[in-house]
Ligand binder design. Structure first.
Ligand code: UDP
Ligand code: MG
Length: 309
């Protein structure tokens, strides 16, 4: 049977959300009438979600489980979903129901109008801490400013993509992935649909600050050289200051002024420049490390169970 919609949900310890996720997605997609499949990517869950997914898949063949051998991360789970999807339109949705499944039909409507990427824009967000809202807002705007691709602000991974787009994305084998950036990068006819982001139904966020930071670094390094350019800028700036300072110091010395001779001044200058150099080296290291990861060419993910057929 020809599948029209592939719904992909990455799952990491979402046992309490799974039944409700299944129920609501099924309700929406069945009401739509077109054939669909539900790809549940288990990203190394340890709370019994894996067994729950297997159980659901046993009863309902619409569900196609992809079980990872360990936790590979949200972005990689989405990628695996793309690899196994067979539909003409591919939808990514969070498993915690923060992205209401009902919105899928609105995305589908735009797709039918001929748009190839329909991304969901977070108009309002419920049940998030001010810290998350603030860092998220800052993140989206920073990415927009400094990267070469115009990644729409306030847009997560919740989106519908045409088969054509996903076929292109599948060829992009980069290791440190930022799917929403990748899907903006490919071009095609894109449009946003605004929705109200709900609160998590159950469980806690799987994005602690550390992972959020990692995602931000991946997004920036994947799509821009800005951090490297900052290092260059600092280099020119310090060199410029030095060139200006040298004649001043010489003149003052000849004039017999005691200024600029203190140890503290020297110490500050050395520490400051040392710091700038180490930071620059660290930035360079981020890019070199990523190059190394690419060069190793390891598989992006390892699956324990692939869907049947
Ligand atoms: N997720 C995943 N692997 C991870 C972390 C998260 O598959 O290592 C999934 C998680 O189960 C959820 C989605 O990614 O379906 C978004 O995660 P979460 O809701 O924790 O992020 P937030 O909405 O708080 O940004
Ligand atoms: Mg969430």
């Amino acid at each position: 049977m020809k599948i029209t919609y592939s719904i992909i949900a990455p799952i990491y310890n979402e046992i309490d959300n799974l039944p409700e996720l299944y129920r609501r997605v099924k309700e929406v997609m069945d009401s739509n009438g077109e054939p669909w499949e539900f790809i549940l990517v288990d990203d190394g869950s340890t709370d019994g979600s894996t067994e729950k997914i297997r159980e659901l898949a046993e009863k309902d063949k619409t569900i196609r489980p992809v079980i990872f051998a360990r936790n590979f991360g949200h972005q990689v789970a989405i990628t695996a979903g793309w690899d196994y999807a067979r539909g003409d339109a591919i939808v990514i949705i969070d498993a915690d129901l923060q992205d209401p499944p009902e919105v899928i039909l609105e995305l589908a409507k735009k797709w039918k109008e001929g748009y190839e990427v329909v991304y969901a824009v977070r108009g309002e967000r419920e049940g998030e801490s001010w810290f998350k809202l603030w860092t998220a807002s800052l993140f989206y705007r920073l990415i927009y400013r400094i990267t070469d691709v115009k990644i729409p602000v306030d847009t997560g991974d919740f989106r519908l993509m045409d088969r054509k787009v996903v076929d292109v994305l599948k060829q992009m084998k980069e290791r440190h992935r930022f799917p929403r950036g990748m899907s903006a990068w490919v071009g095609f006819k894109q449009i946003g649909v605004t929705y109200k982001r709900a609160a998590r139904v159950a469980g806690v966020t799987k994005y602690p600050f550390r992972k959020m930071l990692q995602l931000a670094v991946n997004a920036i390094t994947s799509f821009s050289y800005f951090p490297l350019q900052v290092a260059t800028f600092f280099g020119f700036f310090s060199a410029g200051v030095a060139i200006l300072a040298i004649p001043v110091v010489i003149v003052m010395r000849i004039a017999g002024s005691g200024a600029f001779f203190g140890q503290a001044t020297t110490l500050i200058a050395v520490l400051f420049l040392g710091g700038v150099q180490l930071i620059s080296l660290g930035i360079l290291g981020e890019y070199v490390g990523r190059l190394y990861d690419e060069a190793k060419g390891r598989p992006l993910y390892i699956v324990r169970t692939v869907p049947e057929d």
